[in-house]
Design a protein around this ligand. Structure first.
Ligand SMILES: NC(=O)c1ccc[n+]([C@@H]2O[C@H](COP(=O)([O-])OP(=O)(O)OC[C@H]3O[C@@H](n4cnc5c(N)ncnc54)[C@H](OP(=O)(O)O)[C@@H]3O)[C@@H](O)[C@H]2O)c1
Length: 305
């Protein structure tokens, strides 16, 4: 799999990351196979959050690290904090205690990237800065970023936070692409022209913030995958044609569509199916032609004025 760099220190990071939100019911043996298969295919970046499986997903992954000595040095681990039952919390106490709990569950002494999961509507940037300073100086966290943040929220954090914010993890797939379509439908009355995110795509590119598309194979808000879904006949027709052309699967083509974006995004895929982990890794080695990228975009229902 091709690699990329992220932030100031993350080099040779796999172009596709594996999201660990759905691993809570894996047995130890299945978890070892899941991580082992991922490594064989070239994935080396794993995305977590304190809330996935109520902490169980980090614990299961920590088990894999404990059983496989030397593995920790070969991979990047990202986790997130801020979501609590019914609220979001960027307080100093919550950020620091959440990271300590994640480190314990993950059986590691450091996290490569910490993301603020969703913007706390009561955020105090100075509190975040104090927490980040402590986590950085103690070596517990190497790099920082955000998730589901708009440009102004990032600017507000940057008023106080000294560390670079190198990642913004956002929902994006060929069917959920309002951050892309708003760029095509500027100043039109088409639905695609509605800016829902404060121009986050342009902002991240201008500021060297890597976008990590989450749920890259889902439509709606976790409604299911659009792959082989009868609600998306035209999209599946084009995905199938391109899959045949490149000798990969439709799932792979859907990921290749994201990888073709020039700013180099890092999609976070959530499958726990070993065959799909393999087939997605093949996508990282192909590059869709411009006309193919646009064909998929239109087949997903987006309008070009
Ligand atoms: N920052 C945030 O707010 C946020 C929110 C949500 C998720 N995330 C991160 O993003 C990661 C990915 O999210 P996601 O799991 O929703 O992403 P996804 O990769 O779009 O979806 C994965 C799901 O789709 C199924 N699937 C994939 N391809 C399929 C196919 N060809 N046919 C049938 N089913 C298929 C998978 O089932 P199988 O396992 O059976 O393949 C799995 O249940 C998460 O693990 C998490 O790390 C972040």
């Amino acid at each position: 799999m091709k690699c990329m760099s992220i932030g100031s220190t993350l080099e040779n990071v796999s172009r596709v990351a594996l999201g660990c939100m759905r691993i809570e019911s894996l047995t130890d043996k299945q978890a070892d196979e899941y991580v082992g298969t991922a490594l064989e295919c070239g994935y080396n970046f794993f995305d977590h959050a304190d809330i996935y499986g109520g902490g169980r997903c980090e614990e299961i992954f920590g088990g894999v690290l404990s059983r496989n000595k030397g593995l920790r040095d070969k991979i990047f681990i990202q986790t997130k904090c801020s979501i609590k039952q019914g609220e979001y919390d960027f307080s100093y106490e919550h950020i620091v205690s959440s990271v300590d709990a994640s480190l314990k569950r993950l059986c590691t002494d450091h996290i490569d990237v910490l993301l603020l999961h969703r913007p706390d509507l009561l955020m105090e940037p100075t509190e975040v800065a104090r927490a980040f300073d402590e986590l950085y100086s103690s070596g517990k966290v190497k790099e920082f970023g955000v998730s589901n943040h708009n440009p102004m929220q990032i600017e507000l954090l940057k008023k106080s936070v000294k560390q670079r914010l190198c990642i913004n993890q956002l929902q994006l797939s060929v069917t959920n692409a309002s951050m892309i379509s708003s760029g095509a439908c500027v100043n039109t009355a088409f639905d695609g022209g509605v800016v829902r995110d404060g121009y986050v795509r342009d902002y991240c590119r201008l500021n060297d913030i890597t976008i990590q598309p989450w749920s890259p194979l889902q439509y709606g808000f976790f409604e299911g995958t659009f792959i082989d879904n009868e609600k998306f006949p035209e999209l599946n027709q084009v995905l199938g044609e391109l899959a045949d052309k490149y000798g990969i699967t439709k799932t792979g083509v859907a990921i290749a569509w994201l990888l073709r974006l020039p700013e180099k995004m890092q999609p976070v895929v959530g499958t726990t199916n070993l065959a799909r982990i393999r087939e997605i890794s093949n996508a990282a080695d192909i590059e869709l032609e411009r006309s193919e990228w646009y064909r998929l975009y239109r087949a997903a229902g987006h309008v070009l004025p």
